[in-house]
Design a protein around this ligand. Structure first.
Ligand SMILES: [Zn+2]
Length: 198
């Protein structure tokens, strides 16, 4: 196949010209290829690294609110996941993407990677929560002389009837959606901020 740029005769299957590096792909790009060409994996991973830091900070911060009874467990997990994808998405968009639509796509990729690892993330949240609540309980017990127990937390987690388990499924689906959208909007916002300051 002759290169349209320099005329060099390339291998028929070549995607780029061996001599000048021009793109030899002439066919219509399909949707997957079009999206793939806009993904910047390096900045997605930098955003993921920041979201892992957010995971630890948010788990400790919001964990103390759950242990003291001001926040329920579902809202706690939703807030941490949203904080992770939103802040991670902003970092991804800020570092890598020159236009908002690329920011939306890369933020969405970051969300998908986090959602694939949801089991691991919830495990980490749970361990930090147990550590925070047992620390707070023992601190409060020495302060109040043992009047405060963790029974409220245990009661919040039990789902005994079908109405409650149905609403738990709805809440879980809502958490997945808000977590995904956190990365999409964060990425779009980061790219928008970067573009505005250029
Ligand atoms: Zn060429």
């Amino acid at each position: 196949m002759a290169c349209p740029n320099c005329g060099y005769n390339n291998n028929p299957n070549a995607v780029f010209c061996k001599k000048c590096g021009a793109n030899l792909f002439t066919g219509e790009m399909n949707l997957i290829n079009r999206i793939n060409s806009r993904i910047n994996l390096l900045t997605v991973f930098l955003g993921l690294a920041v979201s892992i830091i957010v995971l630890f900070i948010a788990s400790i911060f919001y964990g103390s609110l759950v242990a003291s009874g001001t926040l329920n467990l579902i809202a706690f997990i939703a807030l941490i996941l949203f904080s992770m994808t939103f802040i991670g998405g902003i970092v991804t968009g800020l570092l890598g993407n020159d236009n908002s639509s690329d920011g939306l796509i890369n933020g969405g990729v970051l969300s998908l990677i986090l959602l694939i690892n949801l089991g691991f993330i919830i495990g980490v949240i749970w361990l930090i929560f147990i550590a925070v609540s047992s620390y707070l309980t023992s601190a409060l017990q020495t302060y109040t002389g043992g009047l405060i127990s963790t029974s409220n937390i245990v009661n919040n987690t039990s789902t005994s009837n079908t109405v409650e388990s149905f609403s738990t499924i709805i809440q879980f689906i809502l958490i997945l959606i808000t977590t995904f959208l956190g990365g999409v909007f964060g990425g779009g916002l980061g790219a928008y901020i970067k573009k505005s300051f250029k």
